[in-house]
Write a protein that binds this ligand. Structure first.
Ligand code: PRX
Length: 656
């Protein structure tokens, strides 16, 4: 990678040796400020994780922190608990009137729920779900935008022991149908529509189309009336407000769940064409969410925490809903976009709500930086104590801007590395303990086993590139990994890098590590592209493109993007006699219909042919190198070297 690009994409920080210490005023008040925590956890593994387990209320105490010397791993074995009771009921005695959920709507409206309010509505909706027939272990799909009814429905499901499956509201009918079928889900909670940039989006129509495409039946659909039009409802469809009103004052005893029982499933992109369902447990996941929310995000009960991620992704599950509410804090939910109605919307919300901790994606930070510091400068951001980033590497320049212009030079920044699979943060600095190195995430958290290894599984020397491997189970691990013996890797070819360990999970991320053990992430090494902190499997999109009439062949690779870190580039060769303009529109529509607008390629490049090996395999790595303008290396295996020049000139002259 050229130096300039390294700087832009985050790899240079750890190498430049820049260190920033947390201010003493932060350290003094931090939830974790004793550097001894790393050694203590190490010396007492796995019992150290009692620190996480004991932060929860258990209906039946657990017998062992980690049951099973090998898989299946049972975190908090023997324990029974309920996630909604941990996020609501246990806070009623001390802070029933404290704000639990502060919702800021698209059109400037807001709603405030105290712990008592939230407890009441969760109970009412839980009673309604039960009456609709939802039983323990029935999967309820939640296809909702960022409205209060989404966390309420999640907690209502948790209360009755029904795992939820939140599907990002921007996904298409096809994507919703696939996920409902894969989860065998017969219950759906959605809305009539919602506002995006001031214009209504008709969500219910999309849900109706999904129902037509589904293989399975839908027992009941609950519709939140967000647009206020009182949309007509058919058989088996219920208005959310009516249901809650019918159950006014109802209480539902929280159903005690085994620690290893499923709390939810969530779909993410992998290297196969199908979305991967990740299943998280009640005890291990919740304990890990709460522990990392207090240790890494330093959340305290009196704090207002704003995690700007959509709840449709794991970040919103863990750090908008479960983590902050388990700790009894105030969590903020924002329905809109950061530049509507003005580019100071985020700073206005932070000022008005006196937000203490703000957690967002590097892509957002780069957008804020581009818009200019006059927007944050016009607001009083002194309530902020800590900043965080997640989802992609943050380049040092954006880090410094965030630190100076948003944090006033006084707020530590936690750059948290984790995945849908890990449930919570795994690699990060502890803000009250560690120095920060802009561009580098930090060390593995206490108790977390993570190493950067080469192809033989040996630790790389400082500064060398390798694979990030998790080498020990952790409470937030998903069911699939808790159950599986040995090594967890999607590809056989990486097995040699894992065999040295008794147990290991290959994260599919490339990384370097420095002499202090700080890990700098270099991006995915599989065919998953991380755009603006969202995962896209190239194969999933390629499959859609291959089905578009007029497309002869297509490949999707990652390309550079100043704001989003990476962009989706689609290379398409058109069938004879097909107009490129028509095809461009068809490609756009096909991806929007099959997955959603979020997966539409940023750039579509038409090429007479794709670069192929002599055996006819598309050379994706070469395509990626051309896209990034990198050195192409050895191209002798290419059957059709002339296409490289054609692609280069098409990239120099992109369509507008
Ligand atoms: O490549 C890593 C990147 O995001 C991937 C996980 O994506 P997802 O499951 O959607 O979860 C995102 C939110 C937790 C990882 O494999 N990633 C995540 N956090 C960071 C990161 N890359 C660099 N730095 C991070 N802090």
């Amino acid at each position: 990678m050229p130096d300039e690009q390294r700087e832009e994409h985050g790899a240079a920080g750890a190498l430049s040796g820049e260190r920033v210490s947390p201010p003493a005023s932060f350290v003094e008040q931090a939830n974790v400020s004793d550097p001894g925590i790393y050694d203590e956890f190490e010396a007492d593994w796995p019992e150290c994780w009692a620190a996480a387990g004991d932060s929860l209320d258990w209906e039946t105490d657990y017998d062992r922190v980690l049951g099973g010397d090998g898989p299946p791993f049972r975190w908090f074995e023997g324990g029974r608990l309920n996630a909604s009771a941990n996020c609501l009921d246990r806070h009623l005695e001390d802070r029933k009137n404290q704000v639990a959920l502060q919702w800021e709507g698209r059109l400037g409206e807001s709603r405030t729920y105290s712990y008592l309010d939230l407890h009441r509505e969760v109970n009412e909706f839980a009673a309604a779900l039960r009456e609709l027939g939802v039983g323990a272990d029935d999967v309820v799909t939640l296809y909702l935008p960022m409205v209060p009814e989404l966390p309420i429905a999640m907690l209502a499901c948790a209360r009755i022991g029904a795992p939820h499956s939140v599907v990002f509201a921007g996904f298409s009918a096809d994507a919703l149908a696939t996920r409902m079928d894969a989860a065998d889900s017969e219950y759906l909670v959605t809305c009539d529509g919602y506002y995006r940039r001031g214009a209504p989006i008709h969500q219910k129509n999309t849900a109706d189309n999904a129902a037509i495409e589904r293989e399975g039946d839908v027992e009941a659909t609950v519709v939140v009336d967000r647009l206020g039009n009182g949309a007509p409802l058919g058989d088996g469809e219920y208005d959310y407000d009516d249901l809650v009103a019918e159950h006014r004052g109802a209480t539902v005893d929280p159903v005690p769940r085994a620690a290893s029982d499923r709390l939810f499933r969530i779909y993410t992109s992998g290297t196969t064409g199908e979305p991967t369902g990740v299943r998280h447990t009640t005890g291990g996941y919740l304990a890990y969410a709460a522990w990392t929310a207090q240790a890494v995000l330093d959340i305290k009960p009196e704090d207002t925490h704003w995690c700007s991620a959509d709840i449709g992704w794991i970040t919103g599950h863990t750090y908008t809903v479960y983590g902050p509410l388990a700790l009894g804090a105030t969590t903020m939910l924002y329905e809109g976009t950061p530049d509507y109605p003005e580019k100071d919307r985020v700073w206005d919300l932070i000022e008005r709500n006196a937000v203490d901790v703000f957690y967002t994606a590097p892509t957002a930070v780069r957008a804020f930086m581009k818009w200019g510091e006059e927007y944050p400068d016009a607001h009083d951001l002194s309530s902020l104590r800590l900043l965080g980033t997640v989802g992609e590497p943050i380049n040092p320049r954006a880090w410094r801007w965030y630190h100076e212009h948003i944090g006033g030079g006084e707020c530590p920044i936690v750059d948290t590395w984790w995945q849908t699979e890990t449930g919570g943060a795994m690699v990060s600095t502890l803000p009250g303990v560690d120095d920060m190195k802009p561009g580098s995430a930090g060390k593995p958290l206490p108790g977390v086993g993570a190493e950067v290894v080469d192809a033989d599984g040996d630790p790389v020397d400082p500064g060398e590139t390798g694979y990030l491997v998790l080498t020990r189970p952790w409470p937030g691990m998903p069911e699939s990994m808790a159950e599986q013996d040995g090594w967890f890797a999607q590809r056989e070819s990486v097995r040699p890098s894992l065999e040295r360990f008794d147990w290991a999970y290959f994260t599919e991320d490339g990384a370097t590590v420095d002499e202090d053990g700080y890990v700098t992430l270099l991006g995915r090494v599989d065919d998953v592209i991380n755009v603006a902190g969202h995962r896209f499997g190239t194969m999933e999109i390629e499959r859609v493109l291959a089905d578009v009439e007029g497309v002869a062949e297509a490949a999707v690779v990652s390309g550079p993007d100043d704001l989003k870190g990476e962009a989706l580039y689609a290379y398409v060769s058109a069938a004879e006699g097909v107009s490129e303009d028509d095809l461009r529109a068809a490609v756009h529509d096909a991806v929007e219909d099959a997955i959603g607008a979020i997966a539409v390629p940023d750039v579509v490049v038409f090429t007479p042919d794709l670069p192929k090996t002599r055996s006819g395999k598309i050379m994706r790595r070469l395509l990626e190198a051309v896209t990034h303008g990198d050195d192409l290396g050895d191209t002798s295996a290419l059957r059709n070297p002339e296409v490289v020049g054609e692609i280069e000139s098409a990239l120099d002259d992109p369509p507008t």
